[in-house]
Structure formats: structure tokens, C-alpha cells
Design a protein around this ligand. Structure first.
Ligand SMILES: Nc1nc2c(c(=O)[nH]1)N[C@H]1C(S)=C(S)[C@@H](COP(=O)(O)OP(=O)(O)OC[C@H]3O[C@@H](n4cnc5c(=O)[nH]c(N)nc54)[C@H](O)[C@@H]3O)O[C@H]1N2
Ligand SMILES: Nc1nc2c(c(=O)[nH]1)N[C@H]1C(S)=C(S)[C@@H](COP(=O)(O)OP(=O)(O)OC[C@H]3O[C@@H](n4cnc5c(=O)[nH]c(N)nc54)[C@H](O)[C@@H]3O)O[C@H]1N2
Ligand SMILES: [Mo]
Length: 805
């Protein structure tokens, strides 16, 4: 393979341009054009065709971008613009050469942006940074495994290590990884899900007994009404738009609940269809409720209240009495609570008008089959868990669960984040799983719950976790409170990152650090017994195989299962009854064990080879059975709370631009929101701009408002006048993590409240930086003795006064 030198210009924020905003529609011809351009430029025609045409096909690989499911009938181009970017980014032939590591010190690399880092090309050899040095140097694989194995063996307790997972990892790798961690002796298995859909898992687990979607792929087109809450599908799940369009075309309705008028929720031009290419496209949202950040709980309660009121007017016609009687508990308590709900509080919390809420309620009551979908706009709220419980309440009242075209549908982010959980990546797997795991491999797994993502950072900060191993991801950039996270990483003895591309977590390290480069999902995985495939689970519980389609960028790369097997051999060889060497050669052996341990995966090797794979059983969806203590779905009473902002402040959400994949920045544009060549922007409603005495286009410093004595600030951000809800602002993740205190988490799920950051603004005396300057922007005042913020007293959460005292 010829090596191509990357030519990457560093970001120059002073070139930032703001265009007409926001765009009125999504996708269409520009979508296809934009999707093919980067691939052709980087990879050439042959590699592009081998990847893009195989993507999401039955004999191809699962798109490494989002977890949106594949239809049964696949089209030639079963991908979207952002999937194409993800594949191009991974399958690029550009690699990081050995001399890169002597040319660049860590200090030097830290001054570069995430964009620049990712564009340096694929990581192709293991590298090691010894204690006290500022450079990585290439090492052999054997050396690398020995260094990590010896370190792990030297710890006083297995709980001094934590094993992070990001959601691109395959089922096979995830299963081996959790086995390795537990055989080593710890449940410290933090994952990206802790920062993502953890709130969904908790809310659904407690109410319907399973933390997964209760719908199938076909249900979207079948629904009478889909309520899309806190989600931006045009950027983050673009292929979902095709299903929203299908729903509309068969007479269904869509309601969007969002503080931002996201382009894709207005109008969609399907690039696969003639009407999408030459016509005006399909109008998506029939109703758009421009809610205040965090107002969703109040809105859902108000709609449920109207359902009860309508039932009272026409008894026997609105509630699904048969369903409620047979399958649910808690109806009377919920009614009693909701009928006292104070409407003034609802209007204040939501920022909506009564007629808008009435209209949504009328649509809900008129529809027989309703789906509610949601993503980060809900899970990353302080009351995220309670809000999702309110969605379940609303759905249950009219029996919208366990029938075609209806149900609860959290839309997962990472392409296999759901599968990783199924495989045991969770710091608190239940006893049945642990029993089966112990029995299968002849050992006693640790039973004490481990640390999640936020807790792992606390323990690293406090010197209790000394080694961090990460299977993918970019934890230091993805987690809240960047300053604390970076200090926590630096406080460890060793950080080990299994990765495909360079990122910030390789540069902010423990005293010693290693990068172990792995093959990506697009690449052919040849092992001693032949070419291997892996398996993944999408957001509607469909499990299917994924086959790489291009030659790996380097012969030297190992697969994730191989790396984990070798790490295990270097650390705990012979400790449990596991054929680590065999696992690496033949993934069927791993799947044999999965079949014995993981519920629903019996006969895995056969089922995964069926045409299109198989769908995991799901009690609520398949048979209206609920794995709760009473066997019934639980209607819950949740005291209404919403975020109150002090005068002179706004609530800021951190979200994704169109040209990024989480912490990976593909480019510096946010096409649908009209932003070009920069990321340091803050979107504010024009009336708030005026009220705060600011000006459109002005540079401001954004200060986090928390009374824990720590200064959290983003400097030189451009104010962009934008039609967001009043009192609310928006800025991009991951940069905004500087502003989120570690202790600000969703109640019940411990997910950082990335969508609810109280901020104030000051005119900036700084000029727009032309390079990434996280260090310069994140300042800890000298007054703070050890540089760590103490646990905050938190954002004031206002109790709703009259609600069910
Ligand atoms: N191209 C691309 N695809 C991706 C990703 C990516 O970064 N890039 N990331 C993947 C991952 S891991 C995930 S989890 C998903 C994330 O998918 P999304 O959840 O769509 O991601 P965000 O950009 O965080 O967008 C949050 C949306 O919620 C809205 N919102 C924010 N706060 C509130 C609120 O209080 N109430 C309501 N009703 N709405 C609110 C925002 O305005 C925004 O539209 O996407 C996945 N897919
Ligand atoms: N403020 C704020 N913070 C957030 C969020 C937010 O909305 N706002 N969203 C949260 C969410 S939803 C999530 S999911 C997390 C994301 O947290 P993470 O999953 O930790 O972060 P990613 O940016 O997805 O990880 C990207 C890195 O994964 C590696 N990688 C990519 N593909 C592979 C592969 O196939 N194998 C291996 N081993 N490595 C690979 C690459 O090196 C790449 O740099 O961030 C969370 N943080
Ligand atoms: Mo996510």
C-alpha cells in the first residue's frame, strides 16, 4: 500500500463564517454529493466502492456510524452522508509513520485540534511512552503486552484498574473484554453508554423491565404518530429520515419536540427517490414544539393529564382499560398526581402555549399507534430518567406498547453500544449473568458493582484507579469537566488505549502510556482459521454479522479480539478455563461461549448466519410481558422539577455539529445550521442577545455558573443569533465539556448533564484562536488548593409548587 502524506491545515477560527440559518430542509442531492466527495479524495475510486457499496449489506460491514437499523430490502447505496464520512475516516490509506513519534512530543501534539489529530492517519504500530518522557516510541506487540500485563499484575487490588469501552466494539470483542476484566477481578467496566443512553436503561428497566426499544424496524412506517424528542436525526441518524418519510407517506404524523428548529425535522429530500431529488421533498414535522431545555418532563405530564381529562369526559373511550387492567399497575396514583398538575408551572417549564400542548394531546388521543423516540436531548438532562418514565406513562395509558406501529424507541448512538451491553459491558451486570459467566469459565466473578464513567474519573483523580485500559473511544474528551478529567488521567500510573486513530486520550496520559492500534470494522479480518466476521446489535435489537471489505491499512494491525486475548494471556494466563489462543484464531469459539452465557443468544453461531441475522426477544414488544417484580408495567409518579436559571444567565446545551462524530471532527462546518470553517460559536435567541446586552457576531467568554469555587470558561466564542427557544443557548460538544462540573449528573443514571449547563457571558478580550487551546481556555484559579473542584451544590432545581404536595 502506498503511503500518502496527510495534508491538513490547522483550524483557523478567525475564518469562521455564518450563513443564512437554519436551513429549511435536509439531505437531497447535496447530501449524496457531500458524502462521496471526501471518500473519493482520500481513498480513490476502488477503495471507495469496496467500502461504500458494501456498507450495511448482508455480506458487508455494519456502518460504524450510528445504531440505526437496516431495512430488510437493502438498496445499492444503503448509507448516508455521515456514514460515508465515518467510513472514509476509518478506511483512509493514510497512516502515521514511525518517525512521527520522534518528530512530535506529546506537548506539541496537545496543541493541535481534534480535527488535525484525526487527520494524521491510521495508527499502525504499538507505541509506548515511558514514565518521565514526553514522546511515544514504537515497540513490538510482545513488548507492549508484557508492559501492560506486568503493570496489571503489580496492582494491590484488581479494583485499581478500570476497563473502558466505547460502542463501536463488536459483540465478540466486548464479550472477551468483560470476561478478561472479571477474570482479572473487577467490575470496573465504565462505558460510553454511561454518558449516553444510561438514563433510558434505568427508566425503562424500572418501568417495563427491559432497557431497550420495544419497536421493530417496520413499526416506524406503520405508526400513526411518531413523537421525536430531543434528537437531531438529520445529522446523527440520517437514515431514520427515510422511515419518518415512510410514516408520513402512509398517512402518519410526526411531532418534533426540540428547542432548535432542526432542518431535518422540517423537510426531507430523500436522495434515493426522484421526488427527493427534483421535488420539494417531504414535509416532516406536522407540529413543532419549541420547548425550553429540560421542559420535556412538564410537557409529558401535561399531555398525560389531558388524556385523563378526556377519559373523564367520555369514560371508557380514551384509556386502554383492557391493557391497563391486565398489564399495568399504578394507574390511580398517576391520575391523582396528574390531576393536580399546575398549568402555570407547565407553561413556565416548557415555554410553550396551552394551545400547543392541547394540540399535541389531541393528536396523541386521536392516534391508535404511537411511537416516542428520543436521544441525548432527553437522557442528558438532570431529570432525564424521570422524563423517560413519563414517556412510558404516556405510552402505557393508551396501550402503545407490544402492538404493531407503537412503542418506546430510544435511538442509540454508537453502532454497537447496545450489543456491548448485551455482552456484559456494564459495571453492574445482574446475578444471572454473573452466575452463567462463572459457570462457563470455572471461576467466581466479582459481585460488587464497579465504577461507571463519572465514578472512574473520580477514582482516577483520587488515586484509587491507577490503570485505565480503554477499548476504543476518547474518554478524556467525552466526559464532563475537562480540567478534572485531564488531571485524573495524569494522576494514573498507566493509560492504555486500543484505537484506530489519534485522539486527545492518547495525549493526556498516565505516567506511562501505550497505544495499541487495531483493525477497523471496514477491514478484512484474516486469522489462522480463515477470514472472520464479527456481530453487532442495532437500536431495535436486531443482531447481524459484519464482514470487513477492504485490505487492512497495515499488516501489523491486530483485531480487537486478538488484542484482548493477548492482553489476557499476558495478565491472567491459566487463571480461568478459557482458550484465549483459540479465541483469536476462530471467533466461532467466542460465539459458542456467548451462546451459553448471554440470554437470548442460544445457538448463536447458527442464528447469526441466518439471512439478515436474528432479532433478540423482547418481552414488552413480543408478548406484553414485563420483567418487573410484579410482572406488570409500572406507571410511575415523578415529582415535577425543572431547571431554573438565575437572572443574567442562560441554559446551554452541548450538541453535535454536522461534520463530527462525537469527539472526532471530520471538518469544521455545520451545514444545516449555517456555520462554516469554525466551531467556536454559541447559538442564542435574538431576544436573549438583546436582553443580555450582547450583539450578534460579537466574541464572548462563556462562564459556567456553579458555586464550587472553580472557574470554568470557554474563551472567544462567536455569538450567533439563532431561533432557539428563549432562555436557551447551544454550543458544540466536546469543547463545551470544559463547562460541565463532574458532579452535575442526571438523577438515577449518573450521566453528565451535557444538555443543561448554566452559563453567563462576558465580552471577550481574547481573539479567536487559530489553534485548539483547551489548556488556555480551561483555567483553574490558584485559590483552588489542588486544582480539583469540590462537589458542587448543583444547579438550582425548582420544585413545582402546587404539584401533588
Ligand atoms: N454524524 C453523527 N452521527 C452520530 C453521532 C455524531 O456525533 N455524529 N453521535 C452518535 C451518538 S454516540 C449519539 S448518542 C447520537 C446522538 O444523537 P442526538 O441526540 O441527536 O445528538 P445531539 O447533537 O446531542 O442532539 C441533541 C438534540 O436534542 C435537542 N435537545 C437538547 N436539549 C433538549 C431538551 O432539553 N429537550 C428536548 N426536547 N430537546 C433537546 C438538541 O436541540 C438536538 O437537536 O448520535 C449518534 N450518531
Ligand atoms: N458535552 C457532551 N459530552 C458528551 C456528549 C454530549 O452530547 N455532550 N455525548 C456523550 C455520548 S452520547 C457519548 S456516546 C460519548 C462518546 O464517547 P466515546 O465513545 O469515548 O468517544 P468517541 O468520540 O466516539 O471515540 C472516538 C475514538 O474511538 C476510536 N475508534 C473509532 N473506531 C474504533 C474501532 O473500531 N475500534 C477501536 N478500538 N477504536 C475505535 C478512535 O480512536 C476515535 O478517536 O461522549 C459523551 N459526551
Ligand atoms: Mo452516544
Amino acid at each position: 500500500m502506498t503511503r500518502k502524506e496527510p495534508r491538513v491545515e490547522e483550524v483557523d477560527e478567525s475564518e469562521l463564517r455564518v450563513e443564512k440559518r437554519p436551513k429549511e430542509w435536509a439531505a437531497g442531492i447535496p447530501g449524496v454529493y457531500h458524502s462521496m466527495k471526501p471518500a473519493l479524495e482520500h481513498m480513490g475510486v476502488e477503495r471507495t466502492l469496496k467500502t461504500v457499496l458494501k456498507m450495511n449489506h448482508k455480506d458487508g460491514f455494519d456502518c460504524p456510524s450510528c445504531a440505526w437499523p437496516d431495512p430488510n430490502k437493502r438498496k445499492t447505496f444503503e448509507f448516508c452522508e455521515n456514514g460515508a464520512k465515518a467510513v472514509t475516516w476509518e478506511a483512509t490509506p493514510v497512516v502515521i509513520s514511525s518517525d512521527f513519534w520522534s518528530e512530535h512530543s506529546l506537548s506539541d501534539l496537545r496543541s493541535h485540534s481534534d480535527y488535525w489529530l484525526g487527520m494524521q492517519g491510521r495508527l499502525v504500530e504499538p507505541v509506548y511512552k515511558p514514565a518521565g518522557e514526553d514522546h511515544y516510541r514504537p515497540v513490538s506487540w510482545d513488548e507492549a503486552f508484557e508492559i501492560v500485563g506486568n503493570k496489571l499484575k503489580s496492582l494491590d487490588s484488581p479494583d485499581e484498574a478500570a476497563f473502558y469501552t466505547s460502542g463501536r466494539t463488536s459483540n465478540e470483542a466486548a464479550f472477551l473484554y468483560q470476561l478478561f476484566a472479571r477474570a482479572y477481578g473487577t467490575n470496573n467496566l465504565p462505558d460510553c453508554s454511561n454518558m449516553c443512553h444510561e438514563s433510558s436503561g434505568w427508566a425503562m428497566g424500572q418501568t417495563i423491565g427491559i432497557g431497550k426499544a420495544t419497536v421493530t424496524f417496520d413499526d416506524y412506517a406503520d405508526a400513526d404518530l411518531i413523537i421525536v424528542m430531543g434528537q437531531n436525526p438529520g445529522t446523527n441518524h440520517p437514515r431514520m429520515l427515510t422511515e419518518l418519510e415512510a410514516c408520513k407517506r402512509s398517512g402518519g404524523q410526526i411531532v418534533a419536540v426540540n428547542p432548535l428548529p432542526e432542518a431535518s425535522l422540517k423537510r426531507y429530500k430523500n436522495p434515493q427517490l426522484v421526488r427527493g431529488v427534483i421535488g420539494k421533498g417531504t414535509e416532516i414535522a406536522d407540529q413543532f414544539l419549541q420547548i425550553r431545555l429540560g421542559g420535556d418532563m412538564a410537557l409529558l405530564q401535561a399531555v398525560s393529564k389531558r388524556v385523563f381529562e378526556a377519559e373523564a369526559k367520555n369514560p371508557g373511550t380514551v384509556l386502554d382499560h383492557a391493557f391497563l387492567e391486565e398489564h399495568c399497575e399504578g394507574l390511580d396514583e398517576l391520575r391523582d398526581y396528574l390531576l393536580t398538575l399546575d398549568e402555570a408551572t407547565v407553561l413556565e417549564a416548557t415555554g410553550l402555549r396551552t394551545e400547543e400542548i392541547d394540540e399535541l394531546a389531541a393528536r396523541y388521543i386521536a392516534a391508535d399507534k404511537v411511537i416516542i423516540t428520543w436521544a441525548m436531548g432527553i437522557t442528558q438532562q438532570k431529570k432525564g430518567v424521570a422524563t423517560i418514565k413519563e414517556m412510558i406513562n404516556l405510552l402505557l395509558l393508551r396501550g402503545n406498547m407490544g402492538k404493531p406501529g407503537a412503542g418506546a424507541s430510544p435511538i442509540r448512538g454508537h453502532s454497537n453500544v447496545q450489543g456491548d451491553r448485551t455482552m456484559g459491558i456494564w459495571e453492574q451486570m445482574p446475578p444471572v449473568f454473573m452466575d452463567a459467566l462463572g459457570k462457563e469459565f470455572g471461576f467466581e466473578p466479582p459481585r460488587e458493582h464497579g465504577a461507571d464513567a463519572v465514578e472512574s474519573i473520580r477514582r482516577m483523580r483520587d488515586g484509587k484507579v491507577k490503570v485505565l485500559v480503554a477499548l476504543g473511544g476518547n474518554l478524556v474528551a467525552a466526559i464532563s469537566d475537562t480540567q478534572v478529567a485531564e488531571k485524573a488521567f495524569e494522576n494514573t500510573d498507566m493509560t492504555v488505549q486500543i484505537s484506530i486513530k489519534l485522539n486527545r486520550s492518547h495525549l493526556v496520559t498516565g505516567k506511562e502510556a501505550l497505544i495499541l492500534p487495531c483493525r477497523g470494522r471496514t477491514e478484512i479480518d484474516r486469522q489462522a482459521t480463515g477470514v472472520q466476521f464479527v456481530s453487532v446489535e442495532d437500536t431495535v435489537c436486531a443482531v447481524h454479522p459484519s464482514w470487513g471489505s477492504v485490505e487492512p491499512v497495515s499488516e501489523n494491525l491486530l483485531s480487537e479480539p486478538a488484542i484482548i486475548s493477548r492482553l489476557a494471556r499476558a495478565t491472567i494466563d491459566g487463571k480461568i478455563d478459557a482458550d484465549w489462543e483459540g479465541f483469536e484464531k476462530d471467533y466461532d469459539l467466542i460465539r459458542e461461549h456467548i451462546a451459553h452465557v448471554v440470554e437470548g443468544c442460544e445457538d448463536y453461531n447458527r442464528k447469526i448466519r441466518q439471512d439478515g441475522g436474528f432479532i433478540l426477544a423482547n418481552g414488552p414488544r413480543d408478548s406484553r410481558t414485563f420483567n418487573t417484580p410484579t410482572g406488570k408495567a409500572v406507571l410511575t409518579v415523578n415529582d415535577l422539577e425543572y431547571l431554573e436559571r438565575p437572572e443574567g444567565t442562560l441554559i446551554l446545551q452541548s450538541l453535535r455539529a454536522h461534520d463530527q462524530w462525537n469527539t472526532t471532527i471530520y471538518g469544521n462546518n455545520d451545514r444545516y445550521r449555517g456555520i462554516k470553517k469554525g466551531r467556536h460559536v454559541v447559538f442564542i435567541n435574538p431576544e436573549d442577545i438583546a436582553e443580555l446586552g450582547l450583539k450578534d457576531g460579537q466574541n464572548v467568554d462563556i462562564h459556567g455558573v456553579y458555586d464550587d469555587g472553580v472557574q470554568r470558561v470557554l474563551r472567544a466564542y462567536r455569538v450567533v443569533s439563532y431561533p432557539t427557544a428563549r432562555g436557551c443557548a447551544a454550543s458544540y460538544y466536546p469543547e463545551a465539556n470544559v463547562l460541565v462540573p463532574l458532579e452535575e449528573v442526571a438523577q438515577g443514571s449518573n450521566t453528565p448533564t451535557s444538555k443543561q449547563i448554566i452559563v453567563r457571558f462576558e465580552p471577550s478580550t481574547h481573539t479567536a484562536p487559530s489553534k485548539h487551546d483547551a489548556e488556555a481556555t480551561a483555567q483553574v484559579p490558584d485559590a483552588e488548593p489542588d486544582g480539583f473542584p469540590v462537589a458542587g451544590t448543583g444547579v438550582p432545581v425548582k420544585e413545582a409548587e402546587a404539584a401533588n404536595a
